[in-house]
Design a protein around this ligand. Structure first.
Ligand SMILES: *Cc1c(COP(=O)(O)O)cnc(C)c1O
Length: 385
């Protein structure tokens, strides 16, 4: 029996040629030819004012937390339904992640819960674009404006997605992207920070270059470089950037192929959804996604677990997603939950992800058949509410 994984990375363009070219250019450390080309192309794709590639989205989120000037005791509002790196970046500054609930239809941070959680210690909002669909950024920007907060997009999954016609990465003061091999555009490990607030741009370069003004030196703006601020080594080497550049060049094609898989799943499961057996993803108003993920919601945890096991028995990897961070051991130690987060818990218990990658091809029909068979073997009385 052939196995269908959740994700499978693949070459999509000139990766091998560009790696060889990078070696022949004679610079393997960061901020060379390909790094600069990646930065420029990410600025174009995201319509952001400045892009800086990093070695991961985790690194970009850490840079964002430093740029927020977080101090011990400061608070940052974010969803509990996210990857650990969104919260770790805050905890590493000694600040407190304040988890709020998500909207049950979009699975993105609920602006009403954010508004309710603001205190005099709140410094920033970290909004996650779950499954690539942008959060309600206008509502969040309004809250951020009213309370003088920095608005950060965790756009790890959202390269190429849009909100009211504007691309993810241009919507907040700062945005973090991931090029991890499980994302759409990949370089194994990789990421980028986009910066839209002019006052943060120079400091972002400094933090990424170990707290030095080396970027200004490279541009010939100063004749030697020195230690001017805190920072770390957040940049990738040229081998990673050369691979990444080849992927970024064909981002439109990658997105198109993934969106057609998304549409096929959506169409195939519509009858099951109409019969109340499952719930399909809801595309939030005024947004477009990039086909990063296809999830289904089941009526309860038991059905979800049974479907996941059934798929595994049939050679298809269809796993759960986030364990809510507020209930994780480190979450209980370092963070605070605002409200009971009942939606987060329910979604975490009932969500299942299906295989999604550029080369899934005709295997998608096998995945669809197994899900359909699972439901046809169950008593018809069970309905999703
Ligand atoms: C993948 C992901 C990250 C982490 O990305 P890395 O590049 O692996 O550091 C952070 N946040 C979200 C929402 C993600 O999906």
């Amino acid at each position: 029996m052939s196995k269908i994984p959740l994700n499978r990375p693949s070459l999509v363009g000139n990766e091998m040629n560009y790696i060889l070219d990078a070696v022949q250019r004679g610079q393997l450390s960061g901020d060379g030819y390909y790094t600069q080309r990646c930065n420029a192309l990410i600025e174009e794709l995201t319509q952001s004012s400045k892009a800086l590639v990093t070695h991961s989205c985790t690194a970009a989120l850490e840079m964002a937390a430093i740029l927020c000037n977080l101090e011990p005791g400061d608070e940052v509002i974010l969803p509990s339904f996210t990857f650990v790196s969104t919260a770790n970046a805050i905890v590493l500054r000694g600040a407190v992640p304040v988890f709020v609930d998500i909207d049950p239809s979009t699975l993105n941070i609920d602006p009403a819960c954010v508004e309710d959680a603001v205190t005099e210690r709140t410094r920033a909002i970290f909004a996650v674009h779950y499954a690539s669909f942008p959060a309600d950024m206008d509502a969040l920007a309004k809250i951020a404006g009213a309370h003088d907060l920095i608005l950060v997009e965790d756009a790890a999954q959202a390269l190429g997605s849009t909100y009211k016609g504007r691309p993810a990465g241009s919507l907040g003061d700062l945005a973090a992207f991931s090029f991890h091999e499980t994302k759409n555009v990949i370089s194994g490990e990789g990421g980028a920070l986009t910066v839209n607030k002019p006052s943060l741009m120079e400091r972002a370069e400094i933090i990424r270059e170990k707290g030095t003004n080396r970027s200004r030196f490279i541009r010939g703006e100063v004749d030697k470089y020195t230690w001017v601020d805190i920072g770390s080594s957040y940049l990738p080497g040229e081998l990673i950037s050369s691979f990444l550049y080849a992927q970024l060049e064909v981002e439109t094609d990658i997105t198109k192929r993934r969106l057609s898989l998304f549409d096929r799943y959506y169409e195939a499961f519509t009858p099951l959804a109409e019969n109340g057996l499952l719930r399909l993803p809801v595309v939030p108003p005024h947004t477009t996604g990039n086909g990063h993920m296809f999830y289904l919601l089941m009526e309860d945890a038991e059905t979800r677990n049974e479907l996941s096991s059934y798929m595994r028995e049939n050679g298809v990897i269809a796993p759960f997603h986030y364990i809510p961070l507020h209930s994780a051991p480190a979450g209980r130690k370092f963070s605070r939950a605002h409200g009971d987060l009942a939606v987060t818990d329910k979604i975490s218990d009932t969500l299942i992800r299906l295989p999604m990658f550029v080369d899934l091809g005709a295997d998608i029909e096998m995945v669809i058949d197994h899900v359909t068979d699972f439901f046809s073997q169950r008593p018809a009385s069970r309905t999703f509410t």
